[in-house]
Design a protein around this ligand. Sequence first.
Ligand code: SAM
Length: 384
Amino acid sequence: MATLDVDRALARWMPRLVAVWRRHRRLPEGPPTLVGRELKEIGQGIRTLSTGLTRDRALVGARYLDDPRLLGAYLLFYWPVSYAQARAVLGELPRRPRTVLDLGSGPGPVAFAALDSGASEVAAADRSAPALALARALAAEAEEPLATRTWTGGAALPEGAFDAITLGHVLNELGRGPAALPERAALLERAAAQLRPGGSLVVLEPALRDTSRELLQVRDLLVARGYAVRAPCLWRGPCPALVKASDWCHAERSWSPPPVLDALAREAGLHKEALKMSYLVLAPKGEAWAEPPSGRVFRIVSEPLEGKGRQRYMGCGPEGRMGLALQEKHRTAANEAFFSLRRGDVVALEGTEPRGDGLALVEGSSVRKVAAAGQEVRAASRDG
Ligand SMILES: C[S@@+](CC[C@H](N)C(=O)[O-])C[C@H]1O[C@@H](n2cnc3c(N)ncnc32)[C@H](O)[C@@H]1O
């Protein structure tokens, strides 16, 4: 999925979001961008949502999307972010889904991302009637087919068999306390049972340490029950990022936020440059893990950790999670790709040496990028 496609798609979506929001707030029609007092109202809502969902987390579990001002702020600020994240992750699936169920859809960013990625039958399910009404209004505005269903988070999922079931930023809102993680795993198992063969369960979560670690714990419960991870994990055992309490795992994709988003981020006093999220794509029970490409394969799971005269990253692959380092003085044509890797890229290394609890690359090492961040990792890429 090219970044440009998403940027272009969002350029088409932003005026629709603004128009639907004005109708929802019973405001007169206006220009495709937001004007002063509109920015103020939405900026205030964004501050409330940002504090309540990412800082003190007081809104988690509350019906915040039933408040028209907060729903408006969600629509204009968080919707485009979730949409871009979902396009990025859906672009990584081995098979494009045709039928999709989007659980905890809110006003539908993930559902519309699925439609724009080529799905033809998409149902958005949520407990918030106002959020579903906005999703329907957007579908009418964009002339896209979207079904909506009421779902209150419980065991009874909307009926049907699907190529993909998506959960965008909702899993972390379901349940609290020690029972929450097994309950979330049980919900994902119920959902996975409604996947068609070859289908995918797609979970997006915020790039926050606590919610990310909870997702990793849920991953471990499901991996222990025999589920294969399609992305991002190449390691098939319990998640090594859970060993140290300070570690976690998130993804980052490049994007150009639409100008309305920049204006709203400024108004709310937030930064929104990078597209960061934690995500997990699971296969239906019984389907095998994909074979990794040959060589010592790692996904880069940190940003570049530059040190004195050397480049370092954390990598996670079939051998586990470990530090990978290459000194500038050992740079050669065969290993220089190491100096421009990004979080999420997958590399195959040859000629490495054990160093501490990680690996050192040396003059004789070679580095081959087998998948860029956001690309499916194929065993076939072993031949370049
Ligand atoms: C942060 S929003 C995410 C919306 C959208 N999926 C996205 O990725 O931007 C969380 C959504 O989960 C829904 N939700 C929270 N608890 C729920 C529950 N128990 N049952 C159904 N939906 C729930 C909320 O109504 C809201 O629409």
